[in-house]
Ligand binder design. Structure first.
Ligand code: TTP
Ligand code: MG
Ligand code: MG
Length: 364
C-alpha cells in the first residue's frame, strides 16, 4: 500500500495570504482585522502591492492604482513596503519548507513548490504534510499560507488559490480533470487577460470546453505553447519541481507606434519600463548592480548601453535615473527611436540563490 502511494507524485504549492499586508498587520496590532494597503503613494501614481482580505471586500486588488483603491475603500490604512522584513520572512519560510523536503522551487518571495513525493507514508499523506506545513508556518511566523496539494505543479498552484485565505485544497490523484473542467480558462498557466478575451470570443469559457478542442485549434491559438496548454487543460503536467532557478537579468521593452525623438516622451517611456523591471525585482526580492538600456533607431540599428555600480538597485526611481543618464548620452539632434528597453542584471549577492545552492548541496 505504501508502495502504491509512492507511485503518485505529490506536489504542494504554498503561498502567503496577502503577504505584505499580513506582515504589516502582524507587526502592528492596531491593523489587525482592518483593511490595509501596502504600496506606493496615491499622489505619485503608486500602485497597490498587497491588499489585506478586509480591503479586498471593497474590490481592491494588487497592481491597482493606489488612488483608485483609496476611493473604493477610504477607511483603509496605507503602508509603505518594508522589503527587508518581507525578505527575512521569506528566508525563514523557505527554511521551514526545507524541514519538510529538500526539493523546493521558490517562485517569488511568498510562494514555492514543494515536492513531497518521497516523504509520504501511510499516515503522513500529502494533505497531512500540507496541514503540518501550515501549522508550522503559523506557529513560527504568525502568518497564514494557503496550500494546494496534487500530483502536478499547475494543479497545485491553481488549488492553493481557490480557498484563500488559510486554505488547504486537495486534488486527489485521478480527479484532476473533474477539478479543472468547471474552472475558467484563465486559471491555467499561460492564459493571461488578452488570451482569455480572444478565446472567450470563440465561445470557450471553461477548461472543459478548452480541453475538447483538437490539436489544430491549439496550434492556431497558442502557437509554440499549444502542446503544453493542451496537456495542462487535460490535467497533465509532468514538469518537475526545479530546485535551482537562476535568472541572469530582468528586462522590459516596448516598440513605439511611431518613431520619436521627443526627449520628454522617451524619458517617460524609460521611467515606465523601469517601473516594470522594478516590480519584477521586488516580487523576487532581488536587486542588481547593472542597469542596461536597449535602443533601436528608426534605421533599425540596435544597440545597448550599460552602467554598473557598487550598490545594487531595485527601486524604480533608481533604475530610471541610471537608464535616463544612458539615454541622455545617446540622444542627438534629429535622431529617432522605435524601440526602448530597460534591464537590470548582476544579482551577485542573491539571497534566494544562495539558499537554493545550499539546498542542492544538502539534498543531493
Ligand atoms: P501575491 O502572492 O500575488 O499576493 P498576496 O500574497 O498579496 O495575496 P494572495 O496571495 O493572498 O492573493 O504576491 C505576493 C507579494 O508580492 C504581495 O504581497 C506584494 C507583492 N506584489 C507586488 O508587489 N505587486 C503585484 O502586482 C503583486 C501581484 C504582488
Ligand atoms: Mg500570496
Ligand atoms: Mg504569491
Amino acid at each position: 500500500m505504501v508502495d502504491e502511494l509512492k507511485l503518485n507524485k505529490a506536489i504542494i504549492h504554498a503561498d502567503f495570504d496577502a503577504f505584505y499586508a499580513s506582515v504589516e498587520q502582524r507587526d502592528n496590532s492596531k491593523l489587525a482585522g482592518r483593511p490595509v494597503l501596502v504600496g506606493g503613494r496615491p499622489y505619485s501614481r503608486g500602485v497597490v502591492a498587497s491588499a489585506s482580505y478586509e480591503a479586498r471586500k471593497y474590490g481592491v486588488r494588487s497592481a491597482m492604482p493606489m488612488s483608485r483603491a483609496i476611493k473604493l475603500c477610504p477607511q483603509a490604512v496605507m503602508k509603505r513596503p518594508r522589503f527587508d522584513v518581507y525578505r527575512e520572512v521569506s528566508n525563514h519560510v523557505m527554511e521551514i519548507f526545507k524541514t519538510f523536503t529538500p526539493i523546493i522551487e521558490p517562485l517569488s518571495l511568498d510562494e514555492a513548490y514543494l515536492d513531497v513525493t518521497d516523504k509520504q507514508t501511510l499516515t503522513m499523506t500529502p494533505p497531512v504534510i500540507a496541514k503540518n506545513l501550515k501549522l508550522k508556518v503559523l506557529e513560527e511566523l504568525k502568518l497564514t499560507i494557503s496550500t494546494g496539494v496534487s500530483t502536478s505543479k499547475s494543479i497545485s498552484k491553481i488549488a492553493s488559490d481557490i480557498d484563500k485565505p488559510d486554505g488547504l485544497t486537495v486534488v486527489r490523484p485521478g480527479t484532476e480533470r473533474d477539478f479543472l473542467d468547471p474552472l475558467p480558462i484563465e486559471s491555467l498557466w499561460g492564459i493571461g487577460p488578452k488570451t482569455k478575451d480572444r478565446i472567450n470570443k470563440q465561445g470557450i469559457y471553461k477548461i472543459k470546453e478548452l480541453a475538447s478542442q483538437d490539436d489544430f485549434w491549439f496550434v492556431e491559438n497558442f502557437g509554440a505553447n499549444a502542446k503544453l496548454i493542451k496537456l495542462m487543460s487535460l490535467g497533465v503536467d509532468e514538469r518537475p519541481v526545479l530546485i535551482h532557478k537562476d535568472r541572469k537579468s530582468y528586462s522590459s521593452e516596448t516598440t513605439l507606434n511611431e518613431d520619436t525623438g521627443d526627449v520628454i516622451l522617451l524619458k517617460e517611456i524609460v521611467s515606465r519600463l523601469s517601473q516594470d523591471v522594478s516590480n519584477s525585482l521586488m516580487k523576487k526580492g532581488i536587486s542588481g548592480k547593472t542597469v542596461k538600456l536597449k535602443l533601436r533607431t528608426s534605421n533599425f540599428e540596435t544597440f545597448t548601453r550599460q552602467i554598473s555600480f557598487m550598490d545594487p538597485v531595485q527601486l524604480s526611481f533608481e533604475i530610471s535615473e541610471y537608464a535616463t543618464k544612458l539615454l541622455e548620452q545617446e540622444i542627438s539632434e534629429g535622431m529617432k527611436f522605435r524601440l526602448l528597453g530597460v534591464g537590470v542584471s548582476g544579482f551577485g549577492h542573491l539571497e534566494m540563490r544562495q539558499d537554493s545552492q545550499q539546498m542542492r548541496l544538502e539534498g543531493f
